[in-house]
Design a protein around this ligand. Structure first.
Ligand code: PLP
Length: 457
């Protein structure tokens, strides 16, 4: 293949199995706990919310889980996604390193999110339920679930974080085109939403609040399953089609990365690309794995590893993870999908074990890098993905300073066509950086003080 710009695979190369890193990790995450008893939760505790097949995937210790043929058939609409060699970015940077990116923005919804939305909708349908409830931050996840629900003939209700609902009306139109019903969260439709609105009528919402609403919705209706777009083990596993394809494509390019990077909100696109490479790292291969997050919501770089609720209203089990506290409300940065107080337990454990490292960046630097990327590679990154673009530009510059040639691979998790308001703000000097004071982190973390502590923290 030599110096190809776009490295593609045939439909027959869509992976037949998902990779489950839990089978190979040196230390498995601590168990998820029931908040009432403090005991590890079992499959029956999750049954009101999720189809049993997904619950079994959540606790599975098998290294590989078959992808159902009906799911692979939907994947054919956009998979395998292309791998690009960023020749033009390399020239613009004047770097000695080689830069590759896997582009997930070619899915109908514009990001990696349909990789798991389609799988989840399939299992919900198989379980006999007729409806899905979910939350969405930036609108990417809500779009993915709306599409997947339509393809499997399910009803779909989306609680969309209010600040994004107002910033991105066309994401809502997209979800409605695929037949979903969408409300701004906090909403009047649930007890949790009403309680937040009573305390703070002007609440901008957060992913933590929207999750509370969607969980409450599903818990109260037998015909409804709750669907989460990140954080959970099975969600991260569904995304591993990304990294498996990337390994084959890098082989075609005659290369293997020494740096693999992704942005992290709840951890799913990062996991999707990096877990198949971490499989090799755990087996002894030398790969640097970097998670890129916003300085305004620095879960991995400033949050402790602790037990915490996944949502604001404390409806979820206690999850062992890096967290900023369940009532932390991140500043209204434009990367809505990275405004989450917690992190996937699998990613948290890998950071704890030194297999993954993390960095945090301010949003004006991030947008400067995203514009630079767009001006050579053409694609306008989603603001979330712009964080990893910034991360790898810095890594290439550092390698050049050290006189090293690196092979860099990153996940461009989505396009920013619905985020042009954010680009507009940046291009017209209206984008702000938020310094997160230590006192605000301390305030939010006080809320988790009484909760159980993980054994290894
Ligand atoms: C394009 C894009 N990238 C990344 C993320 C962050 O989520 P995750 O960390 O689960 O990949 C989102 C979330 O909405 C997103 O829309």
């Amino acid at each position: 293949m030599g110096d190809a710009t776009k490295i593609t695979l045939p439909e027959s190369a869509i992976p037949e199995r998902w990779y489950n890193i839990a089978a190979d990790m040196p230390n498995r995450p601590q168990p998820v706990l029931h908040p009432g008893t403090g005991e590890p939760i079992g499959p029956d505790d999750l049954a009101p919310l999720f189809p049993m097949e997904l619950i079994l995937q959540e606790v599975s210790q098998d290294a590989e889980v078959p992808v159902p043929e009906a799911v692979r058939d939907v994947y054919r609409l956009w998979r395998p996604t292309p791998l690009y060699r960023a020749h033009r970015l390399e020239r613009e940077l004047g770097t000695r390193s080689r830069i590759f990116y896997k582009y997930e923005g070619v899915s109908p919804a514009g990001s990696h999110k349909p990789n798991t939305a389609v799988a989840q909708a399939y299992y919900v349908k198989e379980s006999g339920r007729a409806r899905i409830s979910t939350e969405t931050g930036a609108g990417q996840w809500g779009s993915a679930v709306s599409l997947a629900s339509k393809l499997f003939e399910l009803e779909c209700k989306v609680y969309m974080v209010k600040v994004s609902y107002e910033q991105k009306p066309y994401r809502r139109s997209m979800m409605e085109t695929w037949g979903a019903s969408v409300v701004a969260s906090p909403s009047e439709d649930t007890q949790s939403g009403r309680a937040i609105l009573e305390a703070d009528p002007g609440s901008p919402g957060s992913l933590g609040i929207a999750i509370s609403e969607a969980v409450e919705d599903a818990a109260q209706r037998e015909d409804t399953a709750y669907s989460l777009g990140s954080v959970l083990n099975h969600v991260l596993m569904h995304q591993t089609v990304i990294g498996q394809e990337a390994i084959a494509q890098m082989e075609d390019a005659g290369a293997f990365p020494d740096l693999v990077a992704g942005c992290v909100g709840g951890g799913s696109n990062f996991a999707g690309l990096s877990f198949p490479f971490l499989r090799e790292k755990i087996a002894g291969r030398d790969v640097d794995v970097l998670a890129c997050e916003p300085a305004a919501c620095p879960t991995l770089t400033r949050g402790p590893y602790a037990y915490d609720f996944g949502d604001t209203a404390q409806l979820t089990p206690l999850v062992p993870m890096h967290t900023l506290g369940h009532d932390f409300i991140p500043p209204g940065i434009h990367a809505g999908g990275l405004r989450y107080h917690g992190m996937a337990p699998l990613v948290s454990q890998l950071v704890l074990d030194g297999l993954v490292r993390a960095e945090a960046y301010g949003q004006t630097d991030v947008f400067a890098s995203a514009v630079r990327f767009a001006q050579c590679e053409g694609i306008i990154p989603a603001p979330e993905a712009a964080h990893v673009v910034h991360g790898i530009i810095q890594a290439a510059a550092q390698a050049d300073e050290e006189g090293r040639e690196r092979t860099i691979l990153f996940n461009l998790s989505g396009h920013g066509h619905f985020d042009l308001g954010a680009y507009d703000a940046y291009l017209h000097g209206k984008l702000e950086d938020f310094e997160l004071p230590e006192e605000e982190i301390a305030r939010a973390l006080a809320a988790i003080e009484p909760l159980p502590k993980p054994a290894v923290a």
